[in-house]
Structure formats: structure tokens, C-alpha cells
Design a protein around this ligand. Structure first.
Ligand code: NAD
Length: 377
């Protein structure tokens, strides 16, 4: 089969869906791999490396005109115009973007959004949310450490002692866990909060302290269990108590990393303006939920501005919206392996056409459009 790998065109998107490593494997499986010239450059993959892996270097039309197109982000209207009706697209297509999916359906594409894969053991190797959130959690701490005008570890020097940084992590999914692990490696003292009770043990196993907010009603307990491992909106009574506990920690914190998300809904507001005002001058907030908050530009903090670092009430608030793109080589390496694993389900070795086995729960969950219709379940 002809597999196309276009260069990403979305602003700031540096990742690429196929690396020389995975291109080589696709070629070994009998496929023709057509990579747009320069597609991997921002991720440290040169055209020469793709050629050495057996891929052809083509222009945008050559990559987008293939039977199977592998991308990081959904195509722009210009890219869509270069794709063939009946072709298959695999990428992070945003299953909640109804208009975007309708455009893919109208273009006659069979499309798969990898973010929709279930969080099951079998799907783990193709779980793009996890592979990219892991990198986001790491990079968030790196950015905080860079912005923060003090050190993370406690240092006892001849010139006196420097205190360890206090880090608060809000939302302990994949990104939050990696943020805790990274801050710990740098020597910080860490506290973390999440709605899901299962997280407490994971937080403690990484050497951080869990901010306990006990559930007082059956309704609170049931909401906290979430669905499919994901959080659900919590009752206001619990959120009010969580806010009081978090506010105390945030006032003492040097760095806050917030990652709280609820699929298909605006990110919850966890760091209010009053909490920001209570922080010490020079403290840093990295809001990984930037751009997903109730007003679009914000995140877990209403003062966050997506895509910018702002300085408000003496606190730096980092609203970077694509942290994995700042670590393009490794995020592409993991993403490309996720894609390769997903292809085993729809494009087995020597296949001449894409298959859509709807009895496979991962394929069925990821299928977004087919036969001119939006199929998202
Ligand atoms: P996510 O990005 O959807 O959300 C980040 C975190 O924010 C979650 O832990 C969520 O509980 C938390 N959150 C939401 N509202 C909050 C609030 N008001 N206060 C504090 N925290 C809040 O999460 P994710 O990283 O995609 O992980 C989602 C789930 O999937 C987790 O249970 C994770 O363990 C699970 N998972 C399973 C697998 C697997 O089994 N293959 C792989 C990866 C993740």
C-alpha cells in the first residue's frame, strides 16, 4: 500500500507521524512510504535518514495523495483538497471536534482518531494520549524550573542553605504522574490532588504527598470513581472542600503544575485569581490545560493565556498548549510507534487495502468517518 507522511502545517506543530525507524518497518512490511521533503526536520529526522530507511521523498501532493495518510494533526482545508476520496487518514483528529469530523466525512475519508482508543491493556502500545501526556508532564517541570528564579533541590553550601522548592501538582493522570516523578528527581517537595481515589497510592509511591479530600456522600464517592478511568465532574460540595485544601497548599507553593482535564468538557477551574494573589512573588504556574478552560484561552487557572507566558500578581503563568512539540524528536518517536502498532489492526503485513474490522474494540472506538458519514460512537 502507498503510505503518505505529510509535513505538519499547524502552527507550532513540530512532530511527525512516521520516523525513519517506523518507516523502515513499514517498508519491510511491503508498503511504499512517501514522506514529504522536510517533514521530519523539526523532529531531527532528515530526508536522508528516511531515504536510508527505504522511503521516497515527495512533495505535499505526493504525500497527501496516498491511499493511507499518517498525520499528527487533522488536515487543514488546503491539505484536505490534496487528499483522495476513499483514502484513509490516521492521526490525532480530535473526536470532540464535530465540524472537523464532518469535513473529513464530506471529503470521503475513512478516518481514525487515535485519542479515542480505549484505556485498556491491549491498547496501551497505541495510546497516544499517554505517550504525549508523559512528555508534557516532563516538559512542564522543565519549563517551570527554567522560569523559576530559585533552585529545586535543597542545597547546603558554605554560603548557607537553599530550601527545596515546594511543588503542587493538580490532576494526577499520566502527565501529573510524570510531573511528580520529574520534580522529585530534581529534589522538590511535592503535594498532589486528584478527584480519583485510585491516584493516592500512585502519588505516594513516587514520594509525594496526596492532598486528601474525603468523600462525604455516596454521590461524591460515585462521581469520583469516574468512567473508563477518566474523571467526571464532581459535586460542588466536594469541589468546595478541595478548593479550600488546594488553596492552602498553593499559597505555600513555589511551583504549581496543573493538568486536570475532563474528556469532552471544559477543564475545571482549580487555581482562582485569589489563589494566584496568595502566591509568593516569582512563583510559577504551568497550566497544561491551557486552551481547554471554560473561556477557551484559559485552563485550570482563569488567568492563563493559551500559548503565552504571562506575569500576573507577581506569578509567572505558562500557558504553552503543545508541550510535546517542544520535545519533538522523542514525542515523534513514541507517537510514530503508537501509529505503527495501530496499523497492525487496519493494515496487516502485505495488505493491499485498509481493513476496518468493527469487531475489534480499538478499531471501532477510533473510527470517526467512513462512507461519507461521521461514525463516531
Ligand atoms: P486526563 O488527561 O483526562 O486528566 C488528567 C487528570 O485530571 C486525571 O487524573 C483526572 O482525574 C484529573 N482531574 C479531573 N478533574 C479534576 C479536579 N477537579 N481536580 C483534580 N484533578 C482532576 O487523564 P489521563 O492522563 O488521560 O488519564 C485518564 C485515566 O486513564 C487515568 O485513570 C489513567 O490511569 C488511565 N490510563 C489507563 C491506561 C491503560 O490502562 N492502558 C493508560 C493510560 C491512562
Amino acid at each position: 500500500m502507498q503510505i503518505g507522511v505529510p509535513a505538519e502545517t499547524m502552527a507550532g506543530e513540530t512532530r511527525v507521524a512516521v520516523t525513519p525507524e517506523t518507516a523502515k518497518k513499514l517498508v519491510a512490511q511491503g508498503h511504499t512510504v512517501r514522506v514529504q521533503a522536510g517533514a521530519g526536520l523539526a523532529a531531527s529526522a532528515t530526508d536522508e535518514a528516511y531515504r536510508a530507511a527505504g522511503a521516497e521523498i515527495v512533495d505535499a501532493a505526493g504525500a497527501l495523495g496516498c491511499d493511507l495518510v499518517l498525520k499528527v494533526r487533522g488536515p487543514s482545508p488546503e491539505e484536505l483538497a490534496l487528499m483522495k476520496p476513499g483514502a484513509t487518514l490516521v492521526g490525532m483528529l480530535n473526536p470532540f471536534d464535530a465540524e472537523g469530523l464532518q469535513r473529513l466525512a464530506s471529503a470521503g475519508l475513512t478516518s481514525f482518531a487515535l485519542e479515542a482508543a480505549p484505556r485498556t491493556t491491549r491498547a496501551q502500545s497505541m495510546d497516544v494520549l499517554s505517550s504525549q501526556a508523559n512528555i508534557a508532564g516532563y516538559k512542564a517541570v522543565m519549563m517551570a524550573a527554567n522560569q523559576y528564579q530559585r533552585l529545586f533541590p535543597m542545597l547546603m553550601t558554605a554560603a548557607g542553605t537553599i530550601k527545596a522548592a515546594r511543588v503542587v501538582v493538580l490532576g494526577v493522570g499520566v502527565a501529573g504522574l510524570q510531573a511528580i516523578a520529574t520534580a522529585k528527581r530534581l529534589g522538590a517537595v511535592i503535594e498532589a490532588s486528584d478527584v480519583r481515589p485510585a491516584v493516592k497510592e500512585q502519588v505516594e509511591s513516587l514520594g509525594a504527598k496526596f492532598i486528601d479530600v474525603p468523600y462525604e456522600t455516596p454521590e461524591e464517592k460515585e462521581a469520583a470513581e469516574g468512567v473508563g478511568g477518566y474523571a467526571r465532574p464532581m459535586p460542588q460540595s466536594w469541589l468546595d472542600r478541595q478548593k479550600a485544601e488546594v488553596a492552602k497548599r498553593v499559597a505555600q507553593a513555589d511551583v504549581v503544575i496543573s493538568t486536570a482535564l475532563i474528556p469532552g468538557r471544559p477543564a475545571p477551574v482549580l487555581i482562582t485569581e485569589d489563589m494566584v494573589k496568595s502566591m509568593k512573588p516569582g512563583s510559577v504556574i504551568v497550566d497544561i490545560a491551557a486552551g481547554k478552560g471554560p473561556n477557551g484561552h484559559d485552563g485550570n487557572c482563569p488567568l492563563t493565556e493559551a500559548g503565552k507566558t504571562v506575569h500576573k500578581h507577581g506569578v509567572y503563568i505558562i500557558g504553552e498548549t503543545n508541550l510535546p512539540a517542544l520535545v519533538a524528536a522523542d514525542s515523534s518517536a513514541l507517537y510514530a510507534r503508537n501509529v505503527l502498532d495501530f496499523l497492525k489492526l487496519i493494515c496487516p503485513k502485505d495488505a493491499t487495502a485498509v481493513q476496518v474490522p468493527m469487531d475489534d474494540d480499538i478499531v471501532a472506538a477510533c473510527l470517526m468517518t467512513q462512507g461519507g458519514e461521521v461514525k463516531r460512537r
